[in-house]
Design a protein around this ligand. Structure first.
Ligand code: VG1
Ligand code: CO
Length: 544
């Protein structure tokens, strides 16, 4: 076996976004594209000689090719060992846990998450640090800088590793251990949740559908829900990972899980429905006749977490991404615990979790998680819900209504305009930003008075770093908000995300249809930003 140093030239477009570098497979499969990026990651790190690297992915098209490349580059760069999930699979939360549990130096997560897969779809690579979480901006900025300079990478001429064979292998001088992707994660879940109580819930006839969307959560859900928890076979649907996600779009929202939603709205449907995304870090929660918005789910999980054994001592604090509704803030206030508002993306929660200042984190994009790992965790959220249902012996709808009766309701929606011309979207944001100083104090309609308008800047209270331009916020005196930002995970054009929120206090009307309740804000957002006129779109591409 020989270590090879291969000459290369930089690619100009390897800037990591909200969650790693996501590109079309056609981009990733260019010669040296993966190699340049992986080598640039290693060039931006120090002190990994002889240490362990975790590698796993969501099983999408090109995973198998990219993993073999990454293993060779890791070996040639001096890692002592690679831990890789069997057949290259590790859900994002499981990868985070494996990094922590095995005290690895870091990990490569190969995924484009909820983006479609297949030869025409997307691929992605993300680096996670030793705490199991996404690399902070300090590292992703260094990686990007390196991709612009790189002139060679190191690899070896060892044969492919047989990733289907659990056990010890080698790539040159480096050990490669192929591990069961589910075992460590399933063991962790049993330390957090009351498995006997959830098993008893299923035994009593409680019914559930879990849609794994042909993605990575299938094996985890089969093993935990149908295996350890005794849910009937067939509870998990679309449970075999496929490279193109069954030609679907593995985003667990009301558009791509519409069939499940419709089923849950009928008397014949199951008691509970849930789904997860391509890499297993997102969750969709639907009770009978009740869709739970991710922002509400965060608040509800935080308010009820003490019912699960892993959180029985209470939670230290809550963090949410800026666009996520303020429902969780009201829970933190009542519990008298810390509340933090961070930019979009899980990498901003890591410091708060490491410092023990927060226990539960969440994003409006269907991501919730806790200090058990350093990623959001789809199945974790489902299991915490099941634990709560088992203990409270109430349905989802009843629990949600009781929550609103105590804390009030934050009506919430997100409108996405996908694949908008990037120049048009950029101009729209710039011109709205320019208006911000003149907005506070203005009143629209009868009662919408603007209290503040800014472009969100985050000051990390743990390491003192600052992240500017994280999204435009327009806040109203009654607690309503309009938020607008550009996506950092799309691969074609720009995706404009418009987030709308209105607070209705305890005792107010909590039974309005969401889009109707938010209509004045939706209209005002368009008036201020000129979305329809500038993009030529009459409707959002996706409403969640
Ligand atoms: C989106 C979501 C964000 C999430 C990110 C990664 O980012 O809005 O909340 O953290 O995806 O999620 P953006 O920049 O497109 O809005 V995942 O499950 O795709 O890794
Ligand atoms: Co994801």
């Amino acid at each position: 076996m020989t270590i090879l140093t291969i000459k290369t030239v930089p690619f100009a477009d390897q800037k990591p976004g909200t969650s790693g570098l996501r590109k079309r497979v056609s981009v990733y499969s260019q010669p040296n594209y993966v190699e340049n990026f992986v080598q640039s990651i290693f060039d931006s790190l120090e002190g990994f000689d002889g240490k362990t690297l975790v590698i796993g992915g969501d099983g999408r098209y090109y995973n198998d090719v990219a993993i073999q490349k990454a293993i060779r580059i890791a070996a040639a760069n001096g890692f002592g060992k690679v831990l890789v999930g069997q057949n290259g699979l590790l859900s994002t939360p499981a990868a985070s846990h494996v990094i922590r549990h095995h005290k690895a130096f870091g990990g490569l997560v190969l995924s484009a998450s909820h983006n479609p897969g297949g030869p025409e779809g997307d691929f992605g690579i993300k680096y996670n640090i030793g705490n199991g979480g996404p690399a902070p901006e300090r590292i992703t900025d260094a990686v990007f800088a390196r991709t612009k300079q790189i002139d060679s990478y190191k690899t070896n001429d060892a044969p492919d590793v047989a990733l289907d064979q659990i056990g010890l292998h080698r790539s040159g001088g480096m050990v490669v251990e192929v591990i069961d992707p589910v075992a460590d994660y399933a063991a962790l879940m049993q330390t957090l949740f009351d498995f006997p109580a959830i098993r008893a819930l299923f035994a009593s006839g409680f019914t559930m559908t879990f849609d794994a969307m042909h993605a990575v959560t299938g094996p985890y859900a089969h093993a935990i829900l149908e295996g350890l928890l005794g849910a009937p076979k067939g509870t998990v649907i679309n449970g075999t990972p496929s490279p193109d996600f069954g030609n679907g779009h593995p985003d667990p929202n009301l558009v791509y899980c519409k069939d499940m939603y419709d089923l849950l709205m009928t008397p014949e449907g199951p008691d509970f429905g849930a789904a997860s995304d391509g890499d297993g870090d997102r969750n969709l929660i639907i009770g009978k006749n009740r869709f739970v918005t991710p922002s509400d789910s965060l608040a509800l999980l935080a308010a009820n977490a003490h019912l699960a054994p892993g959180y029985k001592a209470g939670i230290a604090g809550i963090a949410r991404s800026m666009p996520t509704s303020a429902a969780a803030d009201r829970v933190a206030e009542k519990l008298g615990i810390e509340m933090h508002e961070t930019p979009t993306g899980w990498k901003f929660f890591g410091n708060l979790l490491d410092a023990g200042r927060v226990t539960i984190c969440g994003e409006e994009s269907a991501g919730t998680g806790s200090n058990h790992v350093r990623e959001k965790d789809g199945l974790w959220a489902v299991l915490l819900w099941l634990n709560i249902l088992a203990v409270r012996k109430q349905g989802v709808d009843e629990i949600v209504r009781e929550h609103w009766a105590i804390y009030g309701r934050n009506y919430y929606t997100r409108h996405d305009y996908e694949e908008v011309d990037a120049a048009v979207a950029g101009k729209l944001v710039d011109e709205l930003r320019a208006q911000l100083p003149s907005l506070p104090g203005k009143t629209f309609g009868d009662d919408l008075q603007i209290a503040y308008a800014d472009d969100f800047t985050y000051h990390d209270p743990v390491d003192g770093s600052t992240s500017a331009k994280q999204g435009i916020r327009i806040g109203f005196t009654d607690g309503s908000r309009i938020v607008l930002r550009l996506s950092g995970t799309g691969t074609v054009g720009a995706t404009l995300r418009l987030y709308l929120e209105r607070y209705e206090a305890a005792g107010g009307r909590h039974d309005l249809e969401t889009q109707l309740a938010l209509e004045p804000l939706i209209a005002l957002a368009d008036e201020l930003a000129g979305i329809k006129q500038r993009t030529g779109r009459l409707e959002p591409s996706v409403i969640t």
